[in-house]
Design a binder for this molecule. Structure first.
Ligand SMILES: C[S@@+](CC[C@H](N)C(=O)[O-])C[C@H]1O[C@@H](n2cnc3c(N)ncnc32)[C@H](O)[C@@H]1O
Length: 241
């Protein structure tokens, strides 16, 4: 993140590498001597240079597999209380968006271990982690069925057939630790609830998070018509005895 600058004005934002000259749709942006807080001219546009947040960085990250979007990831914080210092397991890594979100929430004292069985997605995610400057993610190019971590605060499964691993996940969580099963289809959620109950978990809820942006044009206001409404469902379970 320290290697990037976000150029921001009231209509546009561009994320660029610090200390470089880069061509943009507005003209060449010369950031060789630019610091956060400076005013930058690019073509006819004027911008302020600000430090990007990790959400700005996610927009620049490459996508391979389908991602968990920030609007769903925040729901995980709201329910589990995900905090600094937590030890989390995330599978499959996919494009690494969920892991990046977790790594920023758990901070330097926390840890994210993430498993991805496909080499091409593992490589995309590794590049995304490096671009975001994250040092608290341990990415493994392995099937999650063999995961070895114990005493976890949180496990997130976002992959086909994840319900097969709920028994093992329960044994590897701390008492009070959380398991979140994410999927686009409700059938996997129904199965997740059954497996969680069989494993003596406290099943908190299954939910989806629907957000709608609104826009106003020529005095008429309504939800943005082309927005994606359904992304996925999440079932939350908590380890008990
Ligand atoms: C939908 S993507 C995950 C996206 C990720 N949550 C994100 O936010 O970027 C699912 C990923 O799980 C991987 N996967 C499926 N089964 C797996 C397994 N048994 N072990 C490890 N990875 C697996 C797939 O290759 C795919 O990349």
């Amino acid at each position: 993140m320290q290697n990037y600058i976000l150029l921001l004005n009231k209509k546009h934002s561009i994320l660029l590498e610090k200390g470089k000259k880069t061509s943009t749709k507005f003209g060449v942006a010369d950031l060789r001597d630019v610091e956060y807080g400076d005013i930058v001219e690019v073509g006819k546009q004027q911008f302020i240079a600000v430090k990007p947040t990790f959400i700005d960085m996610l927009k620049k990250c490459r996508r391979g597999a389908q991602i968990i979007m920030p609007k769903d990831a925040v729901q995980i914080i709201a329910i589990t209380g995900l905090s600094q210092g937590w030890k989390c397991l995330d599978a499959g890594t996919g494009s690494g968006f969920m892991s990046i979100f977790l790594a920023n929430m758990v901070g330097k004292g926390g840890k994210v271990i993430t498993y991805e069985k496909r080499k091409e997605f593992y490589s995309i995610a590794k590049r995304n982690f490096e671009m975001c400057g994250l040092k608290n993610i341990r990415a493994k190019n392995e099937d999650v069925k063999n995961f070895r971590e114990r005493n976890l605060d949180l496990i997130i499964f976002d992959m086909k057939d994840s319900t097969k691993f709920i028994g093992k996940a329960t044994r590897r969580l701390k008492p009070g630790g959380w398991l979140v099963v994410y999927s686009p289809h409700i059938e996997q959620q129904i199965e997740a609830i059954e497996r969680m109950r069989e494993n003596n978990m406290n099943v908190y809820a299954t939910l989806e998070n629907i957000t709608r942006k609104w826009k106003s044009m020529y005095g008429y206001t309504h939800p943005v018509i082309s927005d994606v409404i359904h992304t996925g469902f999440m079932t939350f379970g908590r380890k008990t005895l």
